[in-house]
Design a protein around this ligand. Structure first.
Ligand code: ATP
Length: 217
């Protein structure tokens, strides 16, 4: 279970205070994947980063009683000067896993041929997205954090494979996806929330959340 207790977070923009969360209390229960809907610039990434622990709340507490992932696509998960192979093996050592397994898994998921052994700095954005997804799914977490949906590649086959892997993983794990569009959440989330004016409004179904999101838009 991942719990926010009376969490407040805001930024000073230079002229005013931008409130992301205002004494927000909510829980992500294991087995109940959650989608959070919010317009651009309202704080989705900040909330995901607070869930991951890379951003601190100004006030309140965040309890993680399970293994919570780093966010999918977080730039800090890859060393651009190293190859996908080196990144995968480093990640394996960091998490105490077999480097041969993690390398083989990432090589299979990425499917980027000889580029797997070339530095990440020369990859296209689609290749980086594939590697980010592979590195996240190579590790076992109870809750996977995804910012703005699955990797945005144009490769239909990869998208199908990635969706299949995530669905398989969700038999035993939970996902939190933040997005500005409901379509991104449809495939993977059971319940949903809408972020508005510093509050997270929780709903049992995505349909209910969509109604509030679209009504208030
Ligand atoms: N370190 C910071 N200092 C000041 N303002 C910040 C900082 N980080 C984020 N913000 C502001 O806080 C707001 C929320 O940012 P955040 O990136 O969490 O939003 P988002 O909903 O993920 O946006 P997008 O959908 O555009 O990616 C934005 O207005 C952003 O400019």
């Amino acid at each position: 279970m991942l719990e926010f207790i009376e969490v407040s977070k805001s930024y000073w923009t230079g002229t005013q205070r931008k409130v992301i969360l205002d004494r927000a209390t909510f829980r992500v229960e294991l087995g109940n994947s959650l989608g959070i809907l919010a317009p651009n610039g309202t704080g989705k990434t900040t909330i995901i980063n607070m869930m991951a622990g890379t951003e601190r709340p100004d006030e309140g507490r965040i309890r993680r009683a399970c293994r919570v992932s780093f966010p999918l696509g977080a730039p800090s998960t890859m060393n651009a000067g190293q190859s996908a192979r080196e990144n995968a093996r480093f990640l394996a050592r960091l998490y105490g896993l077999d480097p041969d397994y993690v390398e083989a898994f990432c090589r299979w998921v990425c499917d980027i041929g000889e580029y797997f052994d070339r530095p990440v700095s020369i990859y296209s954005s689609g290749m980086k997205a594939r590697l980010g997804f592979a590195m996240l799914l190579a590790l076992e977490f109870d809750i996977y954090l995804i910012d703005e949906g699955m990797p945005s590649t144009t490769d239909v086959e990869f998208n199908r494979k990635a969706g299949g892997i995530l669905r398989e993983r969700l038999r035993n794990a939970t996902v939190v996806i933040v997005s500005h569009q409901a379509k991104t959440l449809e495939k993977f989330c059971r319940s949903a929330a809408v972020l508005r004016d510093g509050r997270l409004h929780m709903f049992d179904t995505l349909e209910e959340a969509k109604r509030m999101y679209e009504y208030a838009a």
